[in-house]
Design a protein around this ligand. Sequence first.
Ligand SMILES: [Zn+2]
Length: 400
Amino acid sequence: MSNTSIPLDVAAAEEHLMRFLSVEGVTGHEKNIGLAVCDALKKIGVPESAIRFDDANKRIPLPTETGNLIVDIPGTRPGPRLLFSTHLDTVPLCAGAKPKRDGDRIVSDGTTALGGDARTGVALLVVVAETLLKHKLPHPPITLLFTVREESGLHGARELNPSDLNGAEMCINVDGQMASELIVGAVGQENWEVEIKGRASHAGVAPEKGISATLVGAMALAEARQSGWFGKVVKPDGRGTSNVGIFGGKDNKPAGDATNVVTDYAFIKGEARSPEAAFATKIATGYKEAFAKAQSEVTDDQGDKAEVKFTHTPSYPPFELGKDTAIVKRATKALQILDIEPVYVFSNGGLDANWLDKHGVPTITIGAGQAEIHTIKEYVNLKEYEKGCRLGILMATLED
Ligand SMILES: [Zn+2]
């Protein structure tokens, strides 16, 4: 197929997008948007028997209305099974969004985000299915995957049972901005948290009898920065980033509640990212050592120290596809047909692609016009959406 022979119905593609943008479905509440997608698929001729929800929501440790939506489209020619994926959920800032057309854009009314992240992907998957069926285009077997709870921690993709993908050999994930940008890798992340139990004492009468949990925390963070573990981390054996996100007390309250009491409790939570899982762990370990050092330096007048409980746990694994991977070659070839110069991107944030790759399905992420995501300025660039739809149709139909 050449660029000009791609039978994309632009008006129908925009209609699907407008419809999906108008259905609320913030992370964890994907039931209505899931049903809207099922409706759209049935209307374009996908049999009900090919559409199902998995039970990933039973394994997700947060309340989640529904599982991932999975749809099988039989091939009309042989070839390795292709997976097309995107996420159903939007960030909470999208609740109540009222999408409207504004020239070459779809925008919100300026009080909410829009949800083009990733409803552009949701619409694109439906457009690909519709175009294949309507024009009887030759294609290998295809599975569509619409995940839940991507925005709150990549949960749907993580808890997916890989055998539900029917042996898909490669995946096109739609969750990006520009059609020219191919996301071929992403960092992994380690989360860490620490609980510091000091001892309260009257800060005016007997400060020497107290052990300040706040001071332990503050000294530890200064030490972590001094040792090169805070913010952008560049060491001879690796690189990454880290951040301290929360510094507080019990139950989301502040650390301490009066100026005249030595703070007896503090809770700190942060993250570390790196293209190497082991180096993300190493950054977290750097924080652990900084807290141990601060613990040894803050004592009461008897030499007693605070209790420090530091834990860290992997959040998602990193991945990187080689240029010679079948899916990267396929995307590159499709962009060439569209006369678009590919830009290969390594993402500093996790995507469903991290888990799909971990599940054994090499996954490239393409863009379809989402822009200024997670803000009230969010919009959809319809020119990029159209390019993304063409790219999707080409990737579904290219000869291997
Ligand atoms: Zn997204």
